[in-house]
Write a protein that binds this ligand. Structure first.
Ligand SMILES: O=C(O)CCC(=O)c1ccccc1C(=O)O
Ligand SMILES: [Mg+2]
Length: 368
C-alpha cells in the first residue's frame, strides 16, 4: 500500500439527546476522523471511537491523538505494508491503545478495499446484504425510556437495549416488560454489579431478556463464569473482551454465552474478525456494539456485521438516532429496522465535506 499522506480531524458535535449510563452522561461527542490518501489519490477513512474522558475504557480523544500522531503514523512511515492485515502486527509492537490503533487500521481497510474496487463487507467475508438494527435507550427516567421505546418501535427497530444498575433494575425491566411483552429486550449494566448482587440478577431471569451485558467488573472473566453458572439469562461480555485471548478465555471458562464485538475496543477489524471466526466455530453468537459514533464508524460496523455469525441485532442505529446531520453521504439509514449493506467500494459511504468542515475543531496533515 503506497501511502502519500494522512490527515487527522478532531470533530465535535452535540448529541440530539444526552446519553446516560450509570457511569457518565454524554451530551457532546468529540472524535478523530482519520483520512489516509494513497499515491493514486484514493482516500480511506477511519474513526477513533474513544470518548473525551476515560469512563468507558482508559483511552481518550487526546491519548489517541497523541498515539496516532507520535507513534502509529511514524511506524507506518518507516514500514511497508502490503495489506491492511499487516497493520495489526505492526501496531501491536506497541502495547494497548486499541481505539487509536483501530482508527488508523480501519482507514487502511477502507483504502485497500477501494483500491481493489470491492466493498469492505465483501473483502472481510461478509455474507448478508441486509442487517437487522437495534437501538439503545439512554434516557435518565423510566417515563422517558418508555416514550423513546415507543418511538423506536414505531420506526421499526428490531431490538431494544436499556441500561440498568442495582438502583433501578427490577423496576425498569418489569415495567418495560409489562408494556412491551414481546419486545426483543436486553439490558446493559456497564459493570454496575458485584457477585454480591447475585439474587438481584437472578430475579431478572423472570423477564425473558435476550441477554444481560457486562454485569460485573470491566476486566473480570472469572466472576462472570461463576455468575453465568447461576443465571438462565445469557451473559454477554463487552468491556471484558479487549483481545482475542480474552474472547478465548471467556468462552473456555463459560463467562458468557454471547460476545459484543466493538472494532475500537479490540484494536481493529483484523482482531474483530478473528474473534468473530472463533465464536462461529464455538457456537457463540456475536453482535456489533456501538460507541455513539459518527457515520464513518457506523459504516465500518455495518461491513463487520455482514459476517455470518452476527446473528443478533447490534447497536447499529441510524445516523439520525444521535445526529442532526452526520458526516457521511448518504447518512446511515434504517428502514423498517433493516440496514442495507452498501455494495460500493470500501465502506460505501462518501464523506460530507461541508459537514465535516463545519464540525472540525482541529486538523493536521502528515506527509509520507
Ligand atoms: O448506540 C450506541 O452507539 C451504543 C450505546 C452504548 O450502549 C454504549 C455507548 C457508549 C459506551 C458504551 C456503550 C456500551 O455498549 O456499553
Ligand atoms: Mg455495553
Amino acid at each position: 500500500m503506497k501511502i502519500k499522506g494522512i490527515k487527522l480531524y478532531i470533530i465535535s458535535m452535540p448529541l440530539k439527546l444526552p446519553f446516560s449510563t450509570h457511569l457518565e452522561t454524554v451530551s457532546d461527542r468529540e472524535s478523530i476522523i482519520v483520512e489516509v490518501t494513497d499515491v493514486d489519490g484514493v482516500k480511506g477513512y477511519g474513526e477513533v471511537v474513544a470518548f473525551s474522558s476515560p469512563w468507558y475504557t482508559e483511552e481518550t480523544v487526546q491519548t489517541c491523538y497523541h498515539m496516532i500522531r507520535d507513534f502509529f503514523i511514524p511506524l507506518l512511515q518507516k514500514s511497508e505494508i502490503h495489506h491492511p492485515s499487516d497493520a495489526n502486527a505492526l501496531f501491536n509492537k506497541l502495547k494497548g491503545n486499541h481505539m487509536a490503533k483501530a482508527g488508523l487500521e480501519t482507514a487502511l481497510w477502507d483504502l485497500y478495499a477501494k483500491g481493489e474496487g470491492m466493498s469492505l463487507s465483501k473483502l472481510l467475508g461478509g455474507t448478508v446484504s441486509k442487517i437487522p438494527s437495534g437501538v439503545v435507550v439512554g434516557a435518565k427516567t423510566l417515563k422517558e425510556s418508555i416514550e423513546q421505546i415507543e418511538q423506536y418501535l414505531q420506526s421499526g427497530y428490531k431490538r431494544v437495549k436499556i441500561k440498568i444498575g442495582p438502583e433501578n433494575d427490577l423496576q425498569i425491566v418489569s415495567e418495560i416488560r409489562k408494556r412491551f411483552p414481546d419486545l426483543m429486550l436486553m439490558a446493559d449494566a456497564n459493570s454496575a454489579y458485584t457477585l454480591k448482587d447475585i439474587n438481584r440478577l437472578r430475579a431478572l431471569d423472570e423477564y425473558n431478556l435476550l441477554m444481560i451485558e457486562q454485569p460485573l467488573q470491566h476486566d473480570d472473566i472469572i466472576n462472570h463464569a461463576k455468575l453465568q453458572s447461576q443465571l438462565r439469562t445469557p451473559i454477554c461480555l463487552d468491556e471484558s473482551i479487549v483481545t482475542f485471548d480474552d474472547a478465548q478465555n471467556a468462552v473456555e471458562l463459560g463467562s458468557c454465552r454471547i460476545i459484543n464485538i466493538k472494532i475500537g475496543r479490540v484494536g481493529g477489524l483484523q482482531t474483530a474478525k478473528k474473534i468473530h471466526d472463533f465464536c462461529l466455530e464455538k457456537d457463540i453468537p456475536v453482535w456489533c456494539g456501538g460507541m455513539l459514533e459518527f457515520g464513518v464508524s457506523r459504516a465500518h460496523n455495518i461491513a463487520l456485521a455482514s459476517l455470518p455469525n452476527f446473528t443478533i441485532p447490534g447497536d447499529i442505529s441510524a445516523s439520525s438516532r444521535y445526529w442532526e446531520e452526520d458526516i457521511t453521504l448518504p447518512e446511515v439509514e434504517v428502514t423498517d429496522g433493516i440496514i442495507s449493506v452498501p455494495v460500493g467500494p470500501g465502506i460505501g459511504f462518501e464523506i460530507n465535506e461541508k459537514r465535516l468542515k463545519e464540525v472540525t475543531i482541529k486538523e493536521e496533515v502528515f506527509l509520507f
